[in-house]
Ligand binder design. Structure first.
Ligand SMILES: NC(=O)c1ccc[n+]([C@@H]2O[C@H](COP(=O)([O-])OP(=O)(O)OC[C@H]3O[C@@H](n4cnc5c(N)ncnc54)[C@H](OP(=O)(O)O)[C@@H]3O)[C@@H](O)[C@H]2O)c1
Length: 239
């Protein structure tokens, strides 16, 4: 997908990664619509990006999440891509996590992103690229993060199934399985305190890699073992 001139919805643009992705897209010539929960940061980011369309979302309003892509297509005169960067962590042994924490973590990390992307599938013409930030935990679930890891795995599984469903239409589905970044995300956990975390990968380089992955129609972005992330353009298809 050529980013220059593309029309992109960033859901989660009030977060550190989402804000950096939205800015990077605008720098590369894309027209963006942004969505986020925090009204003050949302208004500020939209203004900083030159007064782009902005919409509030809350993960618990799944109908609102599902309508978001239609809203963005309406405001931008069509939609070429959707990038979802919504998420929240929770830490602690699984047996200490109250049910509402698990429900919250699954709502924010799986149900809401799925609703946003499912809504995008119903837009005509359908955006050619759908992307979501999952996390390395989706393929390597971590102790003290059972709910967070499994919610990200659920989102990653949904992306894999939709990629297969949409292969014949040429829809690109990007799963960004990012490793730990120093965004303060772990300190904003809905429950618990983070265990010792690995050395963070640099934010700027990672966001650049994500934007290049979008531009080159990659389907996976994952740690490369040398302190960064690398894009993959082909994945084994599910049977
Ligand atoms: N940082 C890392 O180490 C890391 C590693 C791998 C994957 N990720 C994933 O990357 C994504 C972005 O993380 P980040 O580091 O940029 O963290 P962040 O700054 O905390 O961003 C989180 C985003 O999720 C939104 N959000 C949280 N709860 C929500 C809710 N109930 N309803 C609607 N939106 C909600 C936040 O909205 P408000 O700010 O408006 O409340 C914010 O836009 C997340 O999906 C995270 O799981 C992060």
């Amino acid at each position: 997908m050529l980013l220059d001139g593309s029309r992109v919805l960033v859901a989660g643009a009030t977060g550190v990664i989402g804000a950096a992705v939205a800015s990077g897209l605008v720098e590369r010539g894309a027209r963006v619509a942004v969505a986020g929960r925090n009204p003050t940061r949302l208004a500020q980011h939209a203004a900083d990006l030159g007064g782009v369309p902005a919409s509030r979302i809350d993960a618990y309003d799944l109908d609102g999440c599902a309508d978001l892509a239609h809203w963005a297509a309406d405001r931008l005169g069509g939609l070429d891509a959707v990038v979802v960067t919504i998420g929240v962590a929770a830490f602690g042994p699984a047996d200490t996590q109250p049910e509402p924490v698990t429900e919250h973590v699954f709502t924010v990390n799986a149900l809401a992103p799925i609703a946003v992307l499912r809504g995008a599938l119903a837009v005509r013409p359908t955006p050619g690229t759908l992307a979501a930030v999952t996390g390395v935990v989706a393929e390597r679930p971590q102790r003290q993060m059972a709910a967070y890891s499994s919610a990200k795995a659920a989102l990653s599984g949904w992306l894999t199934a939709v990629r297969a469903e949409r292969r014949s239409q040429g829809t690109v589905v990007l799963d960004a399985r990012l490793p730990h970044l120093d965004t303060g995300f772990a300190d904003r956990a809905v429950a618990g305190t983070p265990p010792p975390l690995p050395r963070p990968v640099p934010l700027d380089e990672t966001v650049d890699a994500l934007l290049e992955a979008l531009e080159s129609d990659a389907v996976l972005l994952a740690p490369n073992g040398t302190g960064g992330v690398t894009a993959d353009h082909r994945l084994p298809q599910p049977h």
